[in-house]
Every structure is written in structure tokens, then in C-alpha cells.
Design a protein around this ligand. Structure first.
Ligand code: ASP
Ligand code: ASP
Length: 360
């Protein structure tokens, strides 16, 4: 008995030591044979990878348009199985990963909530994770706790079944695949204006607890001459760690609470929701900030090529009437996530050539 307690505390100590390392030091641990194995942090993606994954996503969506192309895609990974372990509410990320798997022919299983798994009986998180890996070849995780997805990958990478782990959102921390689809959306939207390089983007709303804006901010270091405007109420300003990172990487940013004055200056407006689920007192917190609400009349203020984005779900950030404007791209952004995630899964299984060869 004593022994097993000691072993447990040893593991906990090792995990804590790993968790406290700088992200840069951890990255090799999430690779295998010089390739990304797990997707945990947005900092894992460099510019060549981002360009590659966006073009792979374009190829997949093009192939999927015809019956023959769709069949070719479905025959790429029918021998693989993926597990979707989503213990935090999700509509989009879940459906988009599920459909991305189906596009490539993967079989899927799902757990949506710890109440239906053996964690209720007191099984440790580590044992639950190892159990998943016994049945599947890839695990996609969404969890309310920061660090949980990282821990999943860390645990599995020390076993003989190192299956890829994908971060589908880890508490208020990161949402790296959302950042990828946001980049894909920006690059596609600015296709005729030399892409995202040289653009100015406003991020608006709860920047403090919004994981999508955190992950997207990390990716901006890969683009030349990008300027960020962080527009938020005082209490939801972007956290210092991101600001320090951007300063170190030479990405220009400005902070303001004057939403309207920023609108004419930018090429993209990325609206976000107040993340009340992370509040200590959710009942007394408002989720409506009228000064950070994109209304129909704001369409007059933005440039003709400016895109309006939102990771969704929407609460009180964008007036529904704005949806009809061609610059509102959030529904396209949502669909882009499915193609991009299919590309990412293909890459993680090392089968991208099977897609690319169709275009040679
Ligand atoms: N909770 C969000 C949703 O319902 C997050 C996501 O899935 O990306 O879509
Ligand atoms: N869907 C995004 C997320 O899961 C944004 C949000 O929920 O507000 O983080």
C-alpha cells in the first residue's frame, strides 16, 4: 500500500517538474522522429508548417467536392480509430473533429463527460487515459482544466502506446486547433491581398480568459509586420504572459478600450465572448458589454476588405443583422475548422502524400 502511494507521489512530482518547464523546452517531448506527434500548444507551429497545413486543407476541401475525391479521402485512414474525450461542453469543436475524422474514413468513439466513465468509481486520470489508448490510435481531448491535455500526452508518451493527443481546448489556457483554423480563415480571406503578412487585427472582448485569442496571438509571430489591437474592458485585458511573448518576438500590439476608434484601422476584427464559465461569481458577472458589441452601424466604419470573425458561440458580441454582410466570415470560419482539422489529422498519421499526390 505504502509503495503504491510513494509511486503515485513520485509521478506527481515528475509531472509538476515537467509542467513548470518553459514551453520551448517541452516541445521535443511532443515529437516523434522529428515530427509533431501531439498537438498541445500553438507554439508548436512555425510558418512552413502553417503554410503547409493551410494548403493541405485546401486540397482536402477540393477533393471532397466530388464523389471520387471523397471516396479517395475515406480510403486513407479506414484502419485507424480516434477517441473524442470531451468533458467540457462543445458543439463546434466536437462536430468538426468528428466530421474531420469521417472525411478521412477514421472510426470514432466518444466520451462526453466524466460521469459516464470509470472516473466516477475513483479511477485515476492517468489510468483512464491509458485505457483510452488501448482501444484507439488517436485521442482528441477537451477539458476544463488547464494542463490536462498536456498531461494526457505526457502520460502516454511514457508508455508503449504513444498515440497522438490533440488539444481540443484546455480550460482558459489554449485552443491550438482553433488558432489554426483562424489563421486558415485569415489567409483565405486575404488571398488577394498577399495573405496575413502586414495586416492589422483587432481582438475584442474577454482577452484575459479567452483561450482562442491567446493561441491566435502566439501564432502571429510567424507573420511579417502584423499589428494587434487588444480591445477589452479593463478587467478583461490580455494577460502579461502573452504580452511579454509578443514583445520578445517583436510583434506590435496596442491595448485600448475604445472599440469604435480601432474599427477603421484594421483588416480583421476578431470578436470574443465573455467567458463566464471561468468566473468565481458567474451570477453576478455580466456577459453584455455594450461598448464591445459589433452593431450593424459599425459596418460603415470598417474597411471594404476587413473581415469580421468570431470563434462562436455568440452571445452579445455581434448583432445578428451583421451576418448578411459579406465581410462577416464567422460561419465560413466554423466550416474551415473541419477542413483544417482533417488536414491536421492526415499530417499526424503521416498520410499527407496520399492527398498531395492527387494534385501532381
Ligand atoms: N463551446 C463552444 C461550442 O459550443 C466551443 C467549441 O466547440 O469550439 O462550440
Ligand atoms: N469556442 C471557443 C472556445 O471553446 C470560444 C468560446 O467558447 O467562447 O474557446
Amino acid at each position: 500500500m505504502n509503495n503504491s502511494r510513494e509511486t503515485k507521489s513520485q509521478t506527481t512530482m515528475e509531472w509538476e517538474a515537467f509542467y513548470n518547464l518553459e514551453v520551448g523546452e517541452k516541445l521535443p517531448f511532443f515529437q516523434q522522429n522529428q515530427r509533431m506527434l501531439d498537438v498541445v500548444f500553438a507554439q508548436q507551429f512555425d510558418r512552413p508548417f502553417l503554410d503547409f497545413i493551410c494548403s493541405l486543407a485546401n486540397q482536402i476541401r477540393q477533393l471532397a467536392r466530388t464523389k471520387m475525391g471523397a471516396e479517395h479521402l475515406r480510403n486513407i485512414l479506414p484502419h485507424k480509430r480516434a477517441m473524442l474525450y470531451f468533458v467540457q461542453p462543445s458543439t463546434r469543436t466536437f462536430l468538426s473533429f468528428l466530421n474531420a475524422c469521417q472525411i478521412l474514413g477514421l472510426n470514432t468513439s466518444e466520451i462526453r463527460g466524466t460521469t459516464t466513465s470509470s472516473e466516477v468509481k475513483g479511477e485515476s486520470q492517468e489510468d483512464t487515459i491509458r485505457t483510452f489508448s488501448s482501444y484507439v490510435d488517436m485521442i482528441i481531448v477537451r477539458h476544463p482544466e488547464s494542463g490536462f491535455v498536456e498531461k494526457t500526452a505526457w502520460v502516454l508518451n511514457q508508455t508503449e502506446r504513444r498515440v497522438p493527443v490533440l488539444n481540443g481546448g484546455s480550460g482558459p489556457d489554449q485552443h491550438p486547433t482553433q488558432a489554426l483554423l483562424d489563421i486558415y480563415t485569415l489567409e483565405r480571406s486575404f488571398e488577394n491581398q498577399s495573405g496575413l503578412d502586414g495586416k492589422s487585427i483587432a481582438m475584442v472582448g474577454d482577452l484575459k480568459r479567452g483561450r482562442t485569442v491567446r493561441s491566435l496571438s502566439y501564432l502571429m509571430q510567424n507573420y511579417r509586420d502584423v499589428t494587434l489591437y487588444f480591445v477589452s474592458p479593463q478587467e478583461f485585458r490580455m494577460k502579461q504572459d502573452i504580452k511579454d511573448h509578443l514583445a520578445k518576438k517583436g510583434v506590435k500590439f496596442t491595448e485600448t478600450d475604445d472599440f469604435e476608434s480601432v474599427l477603421p484601422l484594421v483588416d480583421g476584427v476578431y470578436m470574443t465572448r465573455i467567458q463566464k464559465e471561468y468566473s468565481q461569481a458567474p451570477d453576478s458577472e455580466s456577459d453584455y458589454y455594450p461598448d464591445f458589441f459589433f452593431r450593424k452601424e459599425h459596418l460603415e466604419l470598417i474597411q471594404s476588405h476587413c473581415v469580421i470573425m468570431h470563434p462562436l458561440p455568440r452571445r452579445f458580441e455581434i448583432e445578428v443583422d451583421v451576418d448578411k454582410d459579406p465581410r462577416a466570415v464567422y460561419w465560413k470560419q466554423e466550416r474551415n475548422g473541419m477542413w483544417l482539422r482533417a488536414a491536421l489529422i492526415a499530417y499526424l498519421f503521416g498520410v499527407e502524400e496520399k492527398i498531395m499526390e492527387e494534385f501532381k
